[in-house]
Design a protein around this ligand. Sequence first.
Ligand SMILES: NC(=O)C1=CN([C@@H]2O[C@H](COP(=O)(O)OP(=O)(O)OC[C@H]3O[C@@H](n4cnc5c(N)ncnc54)[C@H](O)[C@@H]3O)[C@@H](O)[C@H]2O)C=CC1
Ligand SMILES: O=C(O)C(=O)[C@H](O)COP(=O)(O)O
Length: 320
Amino acid sequence: MATILVAFDTLDEGFERIPSDHTLIRPPHGRDFTQEELAALLPEADVLCSVFDIPVRADLIARGGKLRLIANYAVGYNNIDIDYARSRGITVTNTPHSVIAPTAELAMALLLSCSRRIVELDTMIRRSPGVKVAMGRTDRMGLPLAEKTLGIVGYGNIGEAVAMRCRAFGMKVIYYKRHRLSPQEEEAKGITYASLDELLRASDVVSLHTPYSPETHHLIGERELALMPAHAILINTARGAVVDEEALLRALQQGSITAAGLDVFEHNDCPLAELSSLPNVVMTPHVGTQTEDARLKMNHEMLENVARFLAGRTDISRVV
Ligand SMILES: NC(=O)C1=CN([C@@H]2O[C@H](COP(=O)(O)OP(=O)(O)OC[C@H]3O[C@@H](n4cnc5c(N)ncnc54)[C@H](O)[C@@H]3O)[C@@H](O)[C@H]2O)C=CC1
Ligand SMILES: O=C(O)C(=O)[C@H](O)COP(=O)(O)O
């Protein structure tokens, strides 16, 4: 029978999927296991349940002599040393289905907040409690979305869900990914391919949805930001280091793009301090999947992967 080490604090719902003859090791509610605790517990574990903000590096994995499965509670798995896991024959799974809609909804929330300057206007009202804020007819105008162009960088599950929502707002959608879709797929989805440079030049809104990898590190840097029109908006719900945050800060300060909506940040999800003083930035602290529904579904999806793997099934969300 297997020992399942759950590295992080999570809901209880979903654990009923694990047959009771397996041993579960979970941290006390309210906190995650530390790296030291994980290193001490791993030699006993057949399965490790991990999450995007707990690094699962080679030195930690190496402690798991019996480890057969790392089940990540996230679609992104850049917290795991995948090459080392592969070299050890350890399976890695993720939770691709439950994160799609909530993350796409957050991207829409950031987009609408930026395009209609919601946070800036809300702050104005709060600064003068009980006083009507006087707005000139042309003060603080927003960017309309209808008939504008959305550029999706990384057209996978979440990119597609954002594209679908933006099409409902009347936007034209162009996309960039490594492997272009077939003309039939493009036609069915109502999207047009562009190279990254073409997309950046042509888009009024750019929304990032690639995984983080050495290939996507600083995919959007100074050169790419300079290609975007001055009225354009950048949305990042992917991973912080897909964008060169220093370069983004300069672009926003200099007005070479209009606004940014950011859920993720380059340095361990801690935004550069200077971003906080810019009215044209809307920030959230990596909460793409922070809804009750998503948290439940992610738990179920992760634990279903564990239960199926332990039952010898291959119908799991396997990344390695
Ligand atoms: N802010 C949040 O809370 C959340 C963030 N995420 C992030 O969103 C990312 C995307 O998630 P999904 O859409 O589910 O993944 P996915 O695997 O369905 O789609 C990723 C897309 O990016 C493309 N891509 C990969 N490398 C590329 C490159 N170098 N250049 C251009 N395109 C490239 C792929 O071809 C694919 O179309 C995750 O990897 C994760 O980092 C996901 C969920 C929640
Ligand atoms: O799925 C991903 O990739 C994510 O970024 C996660 O949904 C974030 O989940 P938490 O770590 O906030 O539980």
